[in-house]
Ligand binder design. Structure first.
Ligand code: NDP
Ligand code: X2W
Length: 349
């Protein structure tokens, strides 16, 4: 019987890492052979995560690239920005395949990275080598890759919502405004957000206006598709819910297209792609309809009065926005069926 591909997860005590552990339980061709923590090495995973009792019979390992290379074939780096930048070069030097969930290797321009992330950029060679793993758009590049930079949660929802219309020339690249909302797990377990429930609950908060690190990531991908520089207005807001991203995208149409024409365009663009679902006319997706799943659901509202299209795109930030897309990238990288380990339908209600 063919040996399963051995997988290590760095950042196993984070929301992305724990979601990778959950999803990989159902993967027929991959097995987790190492769960890694920089602060809890030696402890049992279930001590911090009782819901994982019985799932991992070995204790958390420490962060050691050489040991990872003995235990695994592929490493998911579910680690903070700045940590991945230092760790990933060591993993690659050990000959490991790497799927990085951080923002450290998504931007091709190191100077731009430093401008937005406020810390030193990884080596230019690695920025060039990293394949941006937006599966439904760049999946063909992933198939040959050994080092994948997993897209951010807001960019995944935004780009899947905008790219088909942009590529078709139906929307003006200079007119793009995106209003993005996230649940609090988007901030990660290791941030202060998780401790101020009283300030998050029953509140709706805009943050990082015109300063969000996802602006250059989205502009980079849109610019490649448009064949010209693209700038966007991008607002992010925190919503008192655990999971979910909604990207509401506004664009000037270049013709008087109607909703059904957008629906047909997107259904054609995403033909054969199992994780993008296009809503029918007059039906707009909600985050709860994709919770716990790898789906991106998209809906449209064309307004002939203003000549604008509104595109609503929703994902689960921890699945399609992180761990799910990372596993989708593993499947593509290994030449496997894209859906392996990702069959879960949304948890509802
Ligand atoms: N949350 C989300 O919705 C999304 C997150 N991302 C990105 O994915 C990555 C992980 O995010 P998320 O899981 O939310 O973050 P968390 O804060 O929940 O987890 C971060 C993990 O990194 C580990 N870590 C921290 N410092 C180090 C270090 N120096 N060396 C090794 N490991 C370290 C932490 O724990 P330990 O002490 O056990 O090592 C923890 O397990 C981040 O880059 C994030 O930006 C991307 C898309 C969506
Ligand atoms: C709610 C919230 O705080 N969300 C985070 C998203 C972090 C994330 O997804 O990080 P990457 O940069 O690795 O994609 C933020 O807005 O910074």
């Amino acid at each position: 019987m063919e040996r399963k591909t051995r997988v290590a997860i760095v950042g196993s005590t984070g929301y992305g890492g724990v979601e990778l552990i959950r999803l990989l339980q159902n993967h027929p061709k991959a097995e987790i052979t190492s769960v890694i923590s920089s602060s809890s090495a030696g402890a049992a995973l279930e001590e911090g995560f009782p819901h994982l009792t019985g799932v991992m019979d070995r204790p958390l390992d420490g962060v050691n690239a050489e040991e990872m290379a003995q235990r695994a074939d592929v490493v998911f780096a579910a680690t903070p920005s700045g940590v991945s930048a230092k760790l990933v070069p060591e993993l690659l030097a050990e000959g490991l395949k790497v799927i990085d969930l951080s923002g450290d290797f998504r931007l091709k321009d190191g100077a731009e990275y430093e401008q937005w992330y406020k810390h030193p950029a990884p080596p230019a060679k690695l920025l060039e080598q990293a394949v941006y793993g937006l599966c439904e758009v760049f999946g063909d590049r992933v198939k040959e890759a050994g080092f994948i930079s997993n897209p951010g949660c807001y960019p995944t929802a935004t780009l899947l919502g905008l790219i088909p219309a942009l590529q078709a020339g139906w929307i003006d690249p200079g007119s793009l405004i995106i209003d993005a909302k996230s649940g609090v797990s988007g901030a990660g377990r290791g941030t202060s957000l998780q401790v101020h429930y009283a300030e998050i609950n029953e509140n709706f908060k805009a943050y990082k206006l015109n300063k969000h690190q996802h602006i250059p990531e989205i502009e980079q991908a849109l610019g490649e598709i448009a064949g010209e520089p693209v700038t966007i207005t991008f607002t992010t807001q925190l919503v008192p819910m655990t999971r979910g991203i909604m990207a509401t995208c506004y664009a000037k149409m270049k013709g008087n297209y109607n909703e059904q024409e957008f629906i047909d365009l997107y259904r054609n663009y995403y033909t054969g792609r199992p994780y993008v679902r296009i809503r029918g006319a007059g039906i707009w997706p909600a985050t709860k309809e994709v919770a716990g799943s790898n789906y991106c659901d998209i809906g449209f509202a064309a307004d002939p009065r203003t000549g604008r299209i509104t595109i609503v795109s929703v994902i689960d930030n921890l699945v399609k926005g992180a761990a799910g897309q990372a596993i989708q990238n593993l499947n593509l990288m290994m030449g496997w069926e894209e859906t392996l380990g990702l069959g879960c339908t949304p948890v509802y209600p």
